[in-house]
Design a protein around this ligand. Structure first.
Ligand SMILES: Cc1cc2nc3c(=O)[nH]c(=O)nc-3n(C[C@H](O)[C@H](O)[C@H](O)COP(=O)(O)OP(=O)(O)OC[C@H]3O[C@@H](n4cnc5c(N)ncnc54)[C@H](O)[C@@H]3O)c2cc1C
Length: 534
């Protein structure tokens, strides 16, 4: 299998090895359906879920109305002529999996669920509806949760873990006394209780914790902090309250709803398998060109045509561009005309989520069902069993906050990582557990991500969400980072990719109809066919 240059693994015998094997690498990296001087209907920048779905929808759904001196009614084959440009060597952006010794490690976005409607549409569409693995399985020898609070530690049952974690999260999110059941009734709605939303948006997670602190024991505070740090990946003062409330609402306004949806199931064959199917579907239309390993530098909108320039100087033209780069790298692109001031401010402020996500294999099957939470940690605040590897080792996933926040550690310090993992274990087990492998991707030092999933700071949503969603001339923006619904999740990326492709298709259709009507008015259309080009 071909390796991406991204991600790294550590083993006791091999040390650190950079670059991981994945089916997501695109070889050869470029393919062209038309000469580079010809204008595309659309260019999509970025091949994460948003870009892949947008490219697929454009290539399969839109009609290709040729307007440059050609007959617009006689040439309407299905699909827009689309170019997908991606900086990396692989599909998937902040989601991808690497297969090592027969086991799939999801380096970025992982868990998806049928309560996430947009991504779930993709799963059966490509025949993956029986392709699930359930995470957090019962039946392992160490079948309990370890809570570590400073120097205190105890093991509790998973039923008690669910009860405590659900209860403290409910207390935290119950800002209206009714668990948001009325004020945030429609998790995907965008126009409810706007004054209350603005009020809650001004608060940080730390503000809210201070309000409820007296209702919680030290252990409960530790469990809540660990959950919040796992959600927003930064210090609580930098994390806005509103995103936590939105996640509560997306979790059906019940204590364990979010956990049951968001950390439950993943694709057995991995996210990269789904990427490949979406990508190959788009390629099969004959409407998709692509250029991988090609970072975009500049986007110039001259009104009738948008020129996209890569770092290496290559240029392409299109009628419309869908830009899907993450919020935290948007300001690295040059726009002409420049982006509006509010968009620039939003991009500069960005998402605060800088969490570390680490895969670890413990020797042997005993830790399949184990989990752990606790703050302050030694760099990691939570871990849980995911599945057994083919060699019967326990595969776990662990999370820690921003390496630069108090309690964070850098991913390239494997000794610190191992210490942080061992710290989460029951004290009496800490000397006996053998770490066989660590696998991870340093998203914070990844120039095409600069962070992990989106978590917004206080006041950001009220100030900037609509600005980020607004098009800029013939350039529109599609990112999970500022979608509605499951914002910051895979589902949000699919939703917004689909929406923006549809917007472009409708816009181009409207342009064709307007041109046709104007020609009719001017008497230039004969028998339903344009006679003099456009
Ligand atoms: C560690 C981690 C764990 C996560 N866990 C989950 C989870 O379990 N479930 C879930 O639903 N979500 C999860 N998420 C979030 C989810 O992965 C993202 O929200 C989603 O994948 C974002 O998709 P996107 O298409 O909007 O952006 P991206 O996937 O980031 O795609 C944007 C693309 O733009 C490219 N790009 C950037 N700059 C340029 C440039 N200059 N030129 C060309 N291309 C460029 C990037 O390389 C990238 O491929 C997780 C994310 C991370 C990082």
């Amino acid at each position: 299998m071909v390796s991406s240059s991204e991600g790294f693994t550590w083993t006791p015998s091999g040390g650190v090895r950079h670059g991981l094997p994945t089916i997501g690498v695109v070889v050869p990296p470029t393919h062209s359906i038309q000469p580079p001087t010809e204008t595309y209907d659309a260019i999509v920048i970025g091949s994460g879920y948003a870009g892949l779905v947008a490219s697929r929808d454009l290539a399969t759904q839109g009609k290709n109305h040729r307007v440059g001196g050609m007959n617009i009614l006689a040439d309407q084959q299905t699909g827009k002529k689309t170019l997908l440009i991606e900086a990396r060597d692989r599909l998937g952006g902040r989601t991808w999996h690497s297969t090592i010794n027969g086991f799939n490690y999801e380096l970025g976005g992982t868990w998806i669920h049928w309560h996430m409607p947009h991504i779930y549409r993709e799963v059966p569409l490509y025949g993956l509806h029986n392709d699930w693995i359930v995470t957090q399985n019962p039946g392992g020898k160490e079948d309990y949760c370890t809570i570590t609070t400073g120097t205190e530690q105890r093991n509790i049952s998973h039923a008690d873990e669910d009860e405590i974690a659900g209860r403290v999260f409910q207390i935290f999110c119950n800002v209206d006394g009714n668990n948001l059941k009325e004020t945030w009734k429609y998790a995907f709605g965008t126009n409810q209780a706007s004054e209350l939303m603005a009020k809650w948006d001004r608060l940080s997670c730390q503000d809210r914790l201070d309000e409820i602190h007296d209702q919680l024991t030290t252990e409960e505070v530790s469990v809540l902090e660990a959950q919040l740090l796992q959600m927003g990946g930064n210090s609580l003062a930098k994390m806005g309250l509103l995103d936590a409330l939105r996640w509560w609402s997306l979790g059906s306004n019940v204590p364990s709803g979010l956990n049951n949806i968001a950390l439950h199931t993943r694709l057995r064959s991995g996210n990269s398998a789904l990427h490949r199917r979406i990508f190959e579907h788009a390629v099969s239309t004959g409407n998709l060109s692509y250029a991988f390993e090609t970072p975009v530098q500049r986007i110039q909108d001259a009104g009738g045509v948008v020129v996209v320039t890569a770092r290496d100087g290559q240029q392409w033209k299109a009628k419309d561009v869908i830009c899907t780069v993450p919020l935290n790298v948007l300001s690295d692109l040059e726009f002409s005309p420049p982006l509006d001031a509010d968009k620039i401010e939003a991009a500069n402020e960005g998402s605060v989520n800088k969490c570390n996500k680490v895969h670890v294999d413990f020797n042997g099957p005993d830790y399949l069902s184990w989990s752990s939470v606790g703050t302050p940690g030694k760099g990691l605040v939570a871990a849980f069993g995911d599945h057994l590897t083919p060699a019967d080792n326990s595969h776990l996933v662990a999370f820690g906050p921003d390496p630069e926040s108090p309690g964070g550690i850098p991913l390239n310090d494997t000794e610190a990582l191992k210490t942080a993992l061992v710290h989460l274990l029951p004290k009496e087990k800490q000397n006996s557990v053998i770490i066989n492998r660590i696998v991870t991707h340093d998203w914070n030092n990844d120039e095409f991500a600069k962070g992990t999933w989106c978590y917004l700071p206080p006041s950001f949503t009220t100030k900037y969400l609509l600005a980020l969603q607004r098009s800029h001339g013939n350039v529109c923006f599609a990112s999970a980072d500022f979608s509605d619904g499951w914002r910051g999740w895979i589902d949000g990326a699919v939703q917004v990719g689909m929406q923006m492709a549809y917007q472009v298709i409708q816009k181009q259709l409207k342009t064709v109809v307007e041109v046709k009507e104007s020609k009719l008015t001017n008497g230039a259309l004969t028998n339903g066919v344009l006679t003099n080009g456009v």
